[in-house]
Design a protein around this ligand. Structure first.
Ligand SMILES: [Zn+2]
Ligand SMILES: [Zn+2]
Length: 480
């Protein structure tokens, strides 16, 4: 359902409380009607059970309230978003408004554009020939068709070398695509650093000013320096900023030890939809998911440090059908009362989110008293779900050298080959898997895998998955 909120031609609507003519409300009405027809969503399921008149009255009340998008007493709900996205501002191949529109019309609630070492700000004209080179000769046409010639700015003469298109800064286009309570843009940057030819990419989400890569003699030094630069800016500007480490296996730049020892970093990409990021590792490098278990085992058993939390992202660059990194492969669902950058980031920092490459969860809860991790999977008809509860026992039997020593080549798989690290502690089928911790685990996390192939896989044989954050670890962290 891609019905546009912003039409290509200008329309005028009366001010305030105009649900009858507001495209957002029409979209919501359509969503509810669709949910009623399919019996999906909370409202749709309710309507399956309620008599038709009651249902119609409830629907009218829901659609008719002017301020429904921001209620006075909102309950926490999941908001879906992608915080790693490229546009023509760096090496992506579409205009930012077009990218935002794709996410807005595909069920996302927030999107961070995170171009390499640049924010979408200031004046930038891009040669038409460059736009064609990056994408194809439909890129500008689609942009003009969607937003109209009154919005799209060109200069020079078509079919000549001086023909150029202006890239709009975020502060100019955000009001065109944002929708209160439904879709927001968050400013981001992929701080793209390099140490001894190894890539080190870190995303800063909701920052105010661009941060140049700090560099450093070692990966860990550069990670620390970039993190400090973001923290300094957050403090100075009073903003809530999130930093996460991107695609650790890209160029095999980051080892499990790097992830473990830089305890200032709390987030990393357990899934990134770019096909070149070595998600599964190789003979000498652990898969990304195993890096997570090794790093968290070192943190909790040796460093008295909190574990890393995992995000999933698209890292989308290609928007016109070419192979590469596409939209819609990896996202996070964040529990929040409000859809604002600050509340979303606080939810992520609190660990109230899960990562997904296709499987959706209705609920993730950890009962710290009874030590039970419970999931409710949002099942699809005909799909089977297998949940693995993964963790490391306190006595995992692997000795970690505590010297914060740099390795010239990643060798984690050999040093930490103990099968007790990141062990599958239990496997469950069905829509409501549970695991009761015995108390001997350093942490436990759940990964849900559907028996459904990924519709647009980023690696061979990919199935749709969801990852929860590790739980049960707080008792192992002691304040000095
Ligand atoms: Zn990157
Ligand atoms: Zn990227």
């Amino acid at each position: 359902m891609d019905s546009p909120i912003v039409p290509a031609i200008e329309i005028r609507t009366p001010a305030r409380c105009r649900w009858y003519s507001n495209r957002g409300k029409q979209q919501m009405l359509y969503r509810h009607l669709r949910n009623i027809a399919t019996g999906s969503g909370r409202f749709g399921r309710y309507c399956l059970m309620a008599p038709a008149l009651v249902c119609a009255a409830a629907l009218f009340a829901r659609i008719g309230r002017c301020d429904e998008a921001v209620p006075a007493e909102p309950v926490p709900q999941y908001y879906k978003g992608n915080i790693h996205t490229h546009s023509l501002w760096s090496d992506g191949n579409d205009f930012p408004e077009m990218i935002a529109e794709w996410y807005r019309t595909h069920g996302y609630n927030f999107l961070a554009l995170s171009d390499h070492n640049v924010l979408s700000e200031g004046t930038r004209w891009m040669k038409y020939s460059t736009i064609i080179e990056r994408g194809d000769n439909t890129t500008l046409k689609k942009y003009q068709a969607r937003f109209g010639n009154g919005w799209v700015e060109t200069r020079g003469t078509a079919d000549t070398a001086n023909y150029a298109v202006r890239l709009k800064p975020l502060n100019e286009f955000r009001s065109l695509v944002e929708e209160r309570g439904a879709f927001i843009m968050i400013q981001g940057e992929e701080i793209s650093d390099r140490v001894k030819k190894k890539p080190l990419h870190m995303n800063a989400t909701n920052l105010q000013e661009a941060i140049p890569p700090s560099g450093g003699l070692t990966i860990r030094e550069a990670m620390e320096a970039n993190l400090r630069a973001v923290e300094d800016q957050a403090r100075r500007t009073g903003r809530e900023v999130l930093v996460h480490l991107n695609h650790p296996n890209f160029g095999y730049g980051i080892t499990a030890e790097d992830l473990a020892f830089v305890i200032r970093e709390r987030f990393f990409e357990v899934y990134n939809g770019h096909p070149s990021i070595n998600h599964l590792g190789d003979d000498t490098h652990p898969a990304v998911e195993r890096l997570w278990d090794i790093a968290n085992t070192i943190r909790l058993s040796e460093l008295n440090a909190a574990p890393l939390f995992g995000v999933a992202t698209d890292d989308s660059h290609q928007y016109h059908g070419k192979p590469g990194s596409h939209t819609g492969r990896g996202w996070i669902q964040v529990q929040s009362r409000y859809l604002s950058p600050e509340h979303i980031i606080r939810g992520i920092k609190a660990g109230d989110f899960y990562a997904s490459s296709g499987v959706e969860l209705k609920e993730v809860s950890f009962d710290a008293k009874d030590n039970i991790l419970s999931l409710q999977i949002d099942t699809k008809p005909g799909v089977q779900y297998t949940t693995q509860f993964v963790g490391t026992a306190k006595d995992h039997g692997t000795t970690v050298t505590l010297e914060n020593k740099e390795e010239s080549e990643p060798s984690s798989e050999y040093k930490y080959s103990s099968p007790a690290i990141g062990k599958v502690l239990a496997t469950a089928k069905g829509e409501a898997p549970q695991y009761r911790l015995t108390g001997s685990e350093l942490y436990v996390r759940a990964v849900v895998t559907a028996n459904q192939n990924h519709p647009d896989p980023s690696f061979k044989g990919q199935k749709q998955q969801a990852w929860t954050q590790p739980v049960g670890w707080r008792r192992h962290i002691h304040s000095e």
